[in-house]
Design a protein around this ligand. Structure first.
Ligand SMILES: NC(=O)C1=CN([C@@H]2O[C@H](COP(=O)(O)OP(=O)(O)OC[C@H]3O[C@@H](n4cnc5c(N)ncnc54)[C@H](O)[C@@H]3O)[C@@H](O)[C@H]2O)C=CC1
Ligand SMILES: O=C([O-])CC(=O)C(=O)O
Length: 343
């Protein structure tokens, strides 16, 4: 992110800084589509992607308020060409997309769980992925819409039905959990936040979010109380924001940051950069008995090129892992069942 924010000061400037031999044409053309782009997440995410020099075409789709937001973002003097799409223009928006980011759908209000969003968001995700399957089946899909634990399996079932499912291209965005874990860990331990890494495994809801403090770097002695407190705060990070916003939605700015980080990682992988590693919720065998699971993955020219195992974990983490499995499986099953019953 820091790299692309710096570079976003102007591609011309960046190209000059890299020497005259390096021309803008050396950056491959990449189209990013954002579905739900006029929403709380969609707007700042659109701005961040407009600032990313790896994005050359930014296609913004929403069912409401799209022209104004797109006109606004389009005035930012960076390379990406911005186009607005609404209503029946989804196909045009998706045509030729390399990365499709989906933050379309309703957010939580206080007292709701992410699973309570299923009824509305499952149908929205289904209709959007149906069009992706027809129009840009090889694009990397970054699923943000909640409940991610179910919307990713829904998307997979729809893509399978269209015979275009490639498990390397479908990714649930769990980056915000990692962003939060890093922030809370650095704060608590007094570490330099820029140097901190904390893998977060599992899914993206409550106890299915499992930060692995035993693998955090730089390593630090964490007292038992801290482990429980930091784990709970990371698991409840979304709820903390929902309560603070008191009925006005859920995390949007930190999510846009996290979504931009993950989309940027996908673009860097597609563009051939080596060792692009992020956590993501994907079809996986990392946790036996669970079909979709988030661990660190390596992103490359074909999307998810490698899924890393959970790795060594301590007793506390093993117990937490065991206790998340039934909830994660129930959410996956709900998504698969919805797709089967809604053809
Ligand atoms: N994966 C994660 O870590 C996170 C996920 N979320 C989820 O992201 C989703 C969006 O959140 P916000 O942006 O805050 O909500 P929002 O309500 O502010 O924006 C959603 C946007 O989606 C649009 N939309 C609805 N149906 C659509 C359709 N069929 N096609 C295109 N656009 C459509 C709406 O018009 C609206 O502009 C929610 O489901 C929320 O729970 C939120 C934060 C973190
Ligand atoms: O909590 C929510 O509803 C939104 C979300 O997924 C998060 O902030 O992690």
């Amino acid at each position: 992110m820091a790299a692309f924010l710096r570079a976003a000061k102007g591609l011309g400037q960046a190209a000059r800084a890299m020497g005259r031999a390096m021309s803008i044409a050396a950056v491959p053309e990449r189209k990013v589509a954002i579905l739900g782009a006029a929403g709380g997440i969609g707007q700042p995410l659109a701005l961040l992607m407009k600032m990313n020099p790896a994005c050359t075409e930014l296609a913004l789709y929403d069912i409401a308020n799209m022209p104004g937001v797109a006109a606004d973002v389009s005035h930012v003097n960076t390379r990406a060409q911005v186009k607005a799409y609404s209503g029946d223009e989804l196909k045009e928006c998706l045509s030729g997309a390399d990365v499709v980011v989906i933050p379309a759908g309703v957010p939580r209000k206080p007292g709701m769980t992410r699973q309570d969003l299923f009824k509305v968001n499952a149908g929205i995700v289904k209709s959007l992925v149906e069009e992706i399957a027809k129009t840009c089946p090889t694009a990397c899909i970054n699923m943000i819409s909640n409940p991610v634990n179910s919307t990713v399996p829904i998307a997979a079932e729809i893509l399978k039905r269209h015979n275009v499912y490639d498990k390397r291209k479908l990714m649930g965005v769990t980056t915000l959990d990692v962003v939060r874990a890093k922030t809370f860990y650095a704060e608590r331990m007094g570490l330099n936040i820029g140097e901190v890494d904390v893998p977060v495994v599992g899914g993206h809801a409550g106890i299915t979010i499992l930060p692995l403090w035993s693998q955090a770097t730089p390593s630090s002695e964490i007292l038992k109380d801290d482990v429980e407190q930091l784990t709970k705060r990371t698991q409840d990070g979304g709820t903390e924001v929902v309560q603070a916003k008191a009925g006005k939605g859920s995390a949007t700015l930190s999510m846009a940051y996290a979504g931009a980080l993950f989309a940027d990682a996908c673009l860097r992988g597609l563009n051939g950069q080596k060792s692009v590693i992020e956590c993501s919720y994907v079809e996986s065998t990392a946790c036996p008995g669970v079909d979709y699971f988030s661990t660190k993955v390596r992103l490359g020219a074909n999307g998810v090129e490698e899924i890393y195992p959970i790795g060594d974990i301590n007793e506390y983490e093993k117990e937490a892992l065991d206790s998340m499995v039934p909830e994660l499986n129930a959410s996956i099953e709900t998504g698969v069942k919805f797709a089967a019953e809604n053809k």
